[in-house]
Design a protein around this ligand. Structure first.
Ligand code: SAM
Length: 279
């Protein structure tokens, strides 16, 4: 059997969130490629794992890949871990996984903790359709542009944010998405000060402003998708309806507008009526 690259998830806080399989694999591979060897050494010590570690992080990933691929081709199994959670999820590892695949090496996921999924599972927002947006830009102008692009998504959106930017970022979200958009706030998941709350973005700004402890630790934001009636810009709807009304009846125009935008037919019909009365 040729060597395999195991992508191993590790805990995001609570050390017990390690699977039996992850421990077994970390004990059995020839080498563990870690984002930060000092961080992973603590986990290995906790589980009495003595497998050698080698650093594989954003800054040396390209150089390290060749060395790791050589080991794999030589027949040595390798495990990839990041500091916390699932490697590649806002963590290094993508280039190594891609290189392994290109060299015909089997890549084996060893699933476990992931902050995004843990947050989604507990905040009480629709989970049937969601997107993971990772970290937004640290530059406000860039961040506002990113938020504008996300604004009309009707699915739930998961965003990672650093504690020192959380207040500014949530204020920007309230400005772009509207203060009444629902948001899940998941902080320090699985740790002593775990905080899981659902409220509106406006309420979250106040909550974070009034309690500086909420600006500490690790945070996931889960933003509700836009509701069709409210978040389709009324100007955009008007433009579309006015154009359709040039060629179609109120009924046909509102039906088509509803099909094209996902807005409720009743809402489109009502607005089309108002527009025809104005003309
Ligand atoms: N690979 C990790 C995963 O699977 O979730 C994510 C790594 S990313 C560098 C770190 C970010 O993940 C943090 O800034 C925070 O947004 C989120 N995160 C990680 N652990 C968390 C926790 N215990 N509670 C809340 N958010 C967490």
């Amino acid at each position: 059997m040729s060597a395999q690259l195991f992508v191993v998830a590790t805990p995001i806080g609570h050390l017990d969130d390690m699977t039996f399989r992850a421990i077994h694999i970390l004990k059995s591979v020839a080498i563990i490629a870690a984002e930060d060897t000092r961080q992973s050494a603590l986990l290995l010590k906790h589980y009495n794992i003595s497998t050698p570690l080698t650093a594989c992080h954003d800054h040396n990933e390209s150089n390290k890949i060749d060395i790791i691929i050589e080991r794999l081709k030589h027949g040595d199994d390798v495990a990839l871990v990041s500091d916390a959670g699932t490697p590649l999820i806002s963590d290094p590892g993508f280039k190594l996984v891609r290189a392994a695949q290109e060299h015909g090496i089997r890549v084996v996921p060893v699933p476990g903790a992931c902050a995004a999924i843990a947050a989604l599972s507990a905040v009480g927002l629709p989970s049937d359709h969601f997107s993971f947006e990772g970290f937004l830009s640290s530059k406000q102008s860039q961040r506002l542009l990113q938020l504008e692009k996300l604004k009309n998504n009707t699915h739930t959106m998961i965003i990672y944010e650093a504690p020192h930017r959380i207040l500014d970022s949530v204020k920007d979200m309230a400005q772009v998405f509207g203060a009444d958009r629902a948001v899940g706030f998941a902080r320090e998941i699985t740790k002593t000060f775990e905080t899981i709350k659902k409220m509106t973005l406006g309420e979250l700004v106040e909550f974070i402003e009034n309690d500086r402890n909420q600006q500490k630790g690790e945070i996931v934001l889960v933003i509700a998708g836009a509701t069709e009636e409210k978040d389709m810009e009324s100007e955009d709807l008007d433009k579309l309806l006015l154009r359709l009304l040039q060629d179609l009846s109120v009924k046909a125009a509102s039906q088509l507008a509803a099909d094209l935008t996902g807005i409720k037919k009743k809402v489109a019909y009502q607005r089309a009526l108002e527009l025809t009365e104005k003309v």
